[in-house]
Design a protein around this ligand. Structure first.
Ligand code: NI
Ligand code: MN
Length: 231
Protein backbone atom coordinates (compact mmCIF):
# COMPACT_ATOMS: atom_id res chain seq x y z
CA UNK A 1 0.00 0.00 0.00
CA UNK A 2 2.20 2.84 -1.14
CA UNK A 3 1.56 6.20 0.47
CA UNK A 4 1.37 9.39 -1.59
CA UNK A 5 1.95 12.70 0.17
CA UNK A 6 1.40 16.00 -1.60
CA UNK A 7 4.07 18.04 0.14
CA UNK A 8 2.88 21.17 -1.65
CA UNK A 9 2.59 22.54 -5.21
CA UNK A 10 3.97 19.65 -7.34
CA UNK A 11 6.31 18.20 -4.71
CA UNK A 12 5.22 14.65 -4.02
CA UNK A 13 6.60 11.99 -1.68
CA UNK A 14 5.98 8.34 -2.59
CA UNK A 15 6.62 5.81 0.17
CA UNK A 16 6.54 2.08 -0.51
CA UNK A 17 7.37 -0.85 1.73
CA UNK A 18 11.06 -0.63 0.86
CA UNK A 19 11.56 2.33 -1.44
CA UNK A 20 10.99 6.05 -0.97
CA UNK A 21 11.05 8.57 -3.76
CA UNK A 22 10.39 12.27 -4.05
CA UNK A 23 9.24 14.02 -7.23
CA UNK A 24 9.90 17.71 -7.92
CA UNK A 25 11.14 18.47 -4.39
CA UNK A 26 10.49 22.20 -4.13
CA UNK A 27 10.53 22.63 -0.35
CA UNK A 28 12.55 25.76 0.44
CA UNK A 29 10.47 28.84 -0.38
CA UNK A 30 7.40 26.80 -1.38
CA UNK A 31 4.42 29.00 -0.42
CA UNK A 32 2.29 25.85 0.07
CA UNK A 33 4.60 24.49 2.76
CA UNK A 34 3.51 26.33 5.89
CA UNK A 35 3.68 23.29 8.18
CA UNK A 36 7.37 23.40 9.02
CA UNK A 37 8.78 20.84 6.58
CA UNK A 38 12.44 21.42 5.71
CA UNK A 39 14.45 19.93 2.87
CA UNK A 40 16.75 18.36 5.48
CA UNK A 41 13.75 16.37 6.82
CA UNK A 42 13.40 14.45 3.57
CA UNK A 43 14.72 10.86 3.63
CA UNK A 44 14.51 9.14 0.25
CA UNK A 45 16.22 6.63 -2.01
CA UNK A 46 15.40 8.41 -5.28
CA UNK A 47 14.84 12.00 -6.41
CA UNK A 48 12.94 12.50 -9.68
CA UNK A 49 13.00 15.91 -11.36
CA UNK A 50 10.67 16.63 -14.28
CA UNK A 51 12.20 19.91 -15.45
CA UNK A 52 14.55 22.73 -14.52
CA UNK A 53 12.07 25.35 -13.34
CA UNK A 54 12.74 26.46 -9.79
CA UNK A 55 9.34 25.32 -8.50
CA UNK A 56 10.27 21.75 -9.54
CA UNK A 57 14.04 21.28 -9.25
CA UNK A 58 13.77 23.09 -5.92
CA UNK A 59 15.95 21.34 -3.35
CA UNK A 60 16.64 18.30 -5.56
CA UNK A 61 20.39 18.74 -5.65
CA UNK A 62 20.78 19.08 -1.87
CA UNK A 63 18.33 16.26 -1.12
CA UNK A 64 20.09 13.90 -3.55
CA UNK A 65 23.49 14.72 -2.04
CA UNK A 66 22.37 14.53 1.61
CA UNK A 67 20.62 11.17 1.15
CA UNK A 68 23.12 9.66 -1.25
CA UNK A 69 19.96 9.17 -3.31
CA UNK A 70 19.88 8.50 -7.04
CA UNK A 71 18.68 11.50 -9.03
CA UNK A 72 16.53 10.59 -12.02
CA UNK A 73 15.90 13.24 -14.68
CA UNK A 74 15.94 13.78 -18.44
CA UNK A 75 19.55 13.50 -19.65
CA UNK A 76 20.38 17.22 -19.99
CA UNK A 77 18.87 18.07 -16.62
CA UNK A 78 20.67 15.13 -15.00
CA UNK A 79 23.96 16.41 -16.44
CA UNK A 80 23.18 19.87 -15.10
CA UNK A 81 22.66 18.37 -11.62
CA UNK A 82 25.94 16.47 -12.01
CA UNK A 83 27.66 19.78 -12.76
CA UNK A 84 26.31 20.98 -9.39
CA UNK A 85 27.90 18.04 -7.57
CA UNK A 86 25.29 15.27 -7.65
CA UNK A 87 27.22 12.01 -8.03
CA UNK A 88 24.51 9.33 -8.07
CA UNK A 89 22.54 9.85 -11.24
CA UNK A 90 20.39 7.90 -13.59
CA UNK A 91 19.82 10.01 -16.68
CA UNK A 92 16.80 8.87 -18.70
CA UNK A 93 14.76 10.25 -21.52
CA UNK A 94 11.23 10.45 -22.76
CA UNK A 95 9.81 7.03 -23.60
CA UNK A 96 12.58 5.29 -21.70
CA UNK A 97 11.82 3.13 -18.71
CA UNK A 98 13.91 1.28 -16.16
CA UNK A 99 13.25 -1.20 -13.40
CA UNK A 100 15.44 -0.06 -10.51
CA UNK A 101 14.32 -2.85 -8.16
CA UNK A 102 11.54 -5.42 -7.80
CA UNK A 103 9.26 -2.80 -6.30
CA UNK A 104 10.28 0.35 -8.23
CA UNK A 105 10.02 1.11 -11.95
CA UNK A 106 10.15 4.48 -13.72
CA UNK A 107 9.15 5.64 -17.19
CA UNK A 108 9.54 9.19 -18.48
CA UNK A 109 6.70 10.64 -20.56
CA UNK A 110 6.29 13.70 -22.73
CA UNK A 111 5.31 17.06 -21.27
CA UNK A 112 4.58 20.18 -23.28
CA UNK A 113 6.39 22.88 -21.34
CA UNK A 114 9.85 24.48 -20.92
CA UNK A 115 12.88 23.48 -18.90
CA UNK A 116 15.19 26.38 -18.16
CA UNK A 117 17.04 26.68 -14.89
CA UNK A 118 17.35 30.29 -13.75
CA UNK A 119 19.80 30.97 -10.95
CA UNK A 120 19.62 33.64 -8.26
CA UNK A 121 21.44 36.09 -10.54
CA UNK A 122 19.01 35.57 -13.41
CA UNK A 123 21.41 33.47 -15.50
CA UNK A 124 19.48 31.04 -17.67
CA UNK A 125 20.62 27.48 -18.38
CA UNK A 126 18.45 25.40 -20.70
CA UNK A 127 18.17 21.86 -19.45
CA UNK A 128 16.58 20.05 -22.39
CA UNK A 129 13.02 18.82 -22.66
CA UNK A 130 10.70 18.63 -19.68
CA UNK A 131 9.00 15.35 -18.85
CA UNK A 132 6.31 13.66 -16.86
CA UNK A 133 6.85 10.37 -15.08
CA UNK A 134 5.06 7.11 -14.41
CA UNK A 135 6.31 5.38 -11.27
CA UNK A 136 5.38 1.82 -10.40
CA UNK A 137 5.81 1.34 -6.69
CA UNK A 138 4.75 -1.87 -4.91
CA UNK A 139 2.73 -2.76 -8.00
CA UNK A 140 0.77 0.51 -8.17
CA UNK A 141 1.20 2.86 -11.13
CA UNK A 142 1.31 6.56 -10.34
CA UNK A 143 1.55 9.19 -13.09
CA UNK A 144 2.93 12.64 -12.19
CA UNK A 145 2.54 14.72 -15.32
CA UNK A 146 5.03 17.42 -14.37
CA UNK A 147 4.05 20.76 -15.87
CA UNK A 148 2.24 20.31 -19.15
CA UNK A 149 -0.59 21.30 -21.37
CA UNK A 150 -3.18 18.74 -22.42
CA UNK A 151 -2.06 16.26 -25.08
CA UNK A 152 -3.87 13.49 -26.88
CA UNK A 153 -1.05 10.98 -26.25
CA UNK A 154 -2.18 10.87 -22.64
CA UNK A 155 -4.33 8.06 -24.02
CA UNK A 156 -1.14 6.03 -24.52
CA UNK A 157 -0.04 6.74 -20.97
CA UNK A 158 -3.49 5.64 -19.80
CA UNK A 159 -2.97 2.31 -21.54
CA UNK A 160 -0.32 1.53 -18.90
CA UNK A 161 -3.22 1.17 -16.45
CA UNK A 162 -2.93 3.98 -13.93
CA UNK A 163 -3.94 3.73 -10.32
CA UNK A 164 -3.33 7.43 -9.74
CA UNK A 165 -2.78 10.50 -11.91
CA UNK A 166 -1.38 13.68 -10.39
CA UNK A 167 -2.25 16.59 -12.66
CA UNK A 168 -1.69 20.35 -12.59
CA UNK A 169 -4.88 22.41 -12.55
CA UNK A 170 -3.42 25.89 -11.99
CA UNK A 171 -3.87 27.14 -15.57
CA UNK A 172 -1.68 29.96 -16.98
CA UNK A 173 1.54 27.84 -17.04
CA UNK A 174 -0.10 24.40 -17.37
CA UNK A 175 -3.46 22.77 -17.87
CA UNK A 176 -6.32 24.44 -16.10
CA UNK A 177 -9.24 22.59 -14.54
CA UNK A 178 -11.11 21.99 -17.81
CA UNK A 179 -8.13 20.58 -19.70
CA UNK A 180 -7.11 18.55 -16.65
CA UNK A 181 -10.61 17.06 -16.51
CA UNK A 182 -10.25 16.15 -20.21
CA UNK A 183 -6.88 14.59 -19.33
CA UNK A 184 -8.66 12.34 -16.86
CA UNK A 185 -10.80 11.04 -19.75
CA UNK A 186 -7.64 10.19 -21.70
CA UNK A 187 -5.67 8.74 -18.77
CA UNK A 188 -8.51 6.77 -17.13
CA UNK A 189 -6.85 6.62 -13.69
CA UNK A 190 -8.71 5.16 -10.74
CA UNK A 191 -7.83 8.24 -8.69
CA UNK A 192 -6.77 11.76 -9.64
CA UNK A 193 -4.96 14.19 -7.34
CA UNK A 194 -4.87 17.85 -8.42
CA UNK A 195 -1.62 19.76 -7.92
CA UNK A 196 0.21 22.89 -9.06
CA UNK A 197 -2.50 25.38 -8.04
CA UNK A 198 -2.93 28.30 -5.63
CA UNK A 199 0.67 28.48 -4.43
CA UNK A 200 0.59 31.88 -6.09
CA UNK A 201 -2.35 34.08 -7.15
CA UNK A 202 -1.55 33.62 -10.85
CA UNK A 203 -2.46 29.92 -10.56
CA UNK A 204 -5.30 30.27 -8.06
CA UNK A 205 -7.96 27.61 -8.58
CA UNK A 206 -10.72 25.91 -6.61
CA UNK A 207 -9.99 22.15 -6.68
CA UNK A 208 -13.66 21.46 -5.94
CA UNK A 209 -14.54 22.96 -9.33
CA UNK A 210 -12.07 20.54 -10.90
CA UNK A 211 -13.71 17.69 -8.98
CA UNK A 212 -17.11 18.70 -10.40
CA UNK A 213 -15.72 18.66 -13.94
CA UNK A 214 -14.26 15.19 -13.43
CA UNK A 215 -17.55 13.94 -12.02
CA UNK A 216 -17.66 10.16 -11.77
CA UNK A 217 -14.85 9.58 -14.29
CA UNK A 218 -12.35 9.04 -11.44
CA UNK A 219 -12.14 9.42 -7.70
CA UNK A 220 -10.85 12.96 -7.10
CA UNK A 221 -8.67 13.12 -4.01
CA UNK A 222 -7.98 16.70 -2.97
CA UNK A 223 -4.94 16.72 -0.70
CA UNK A 224 -3.99 19.77 1.30
CA UNK A 225 -0.23 20.41 1.48
CA UNK A 226 1.23 17.74 3.76
CA UNK A 227 -1.74 15.38 3.45
CA UNK A 228 -1.38 11.76 2.34
CA UNK A 229 -3.40 9.00 0.78
CA UNK A 230 -2.66 5.27 0.79
CA UNK A 231 -3.51 3.45 -2.40
NI1 NI B 1 7.43 24.60 -15.00
MN1 MN C 1 5.72 24.69 -12.34
Amino acid sequence: MPKITLLGHSAVLLEGEKTKCIIDPFITGNPDITYGLKASDIKVDYVIVTHGHGDHIGDAIDIAKNNDATLIAPFELAMFCQSKGVQKLNPMHIGGSKRFSDDFWVKLTIAHHGSAYIDDNGNITYTGNPCGVVVELDGKKIYHSGDTGLFMDMQLIGELGLDVAMLPIGDNFTMGPQDAARAVEFLKPKMVIPMHYSAWDIIKQDPNEFAKLVGDKAEVKILKPGESVEI
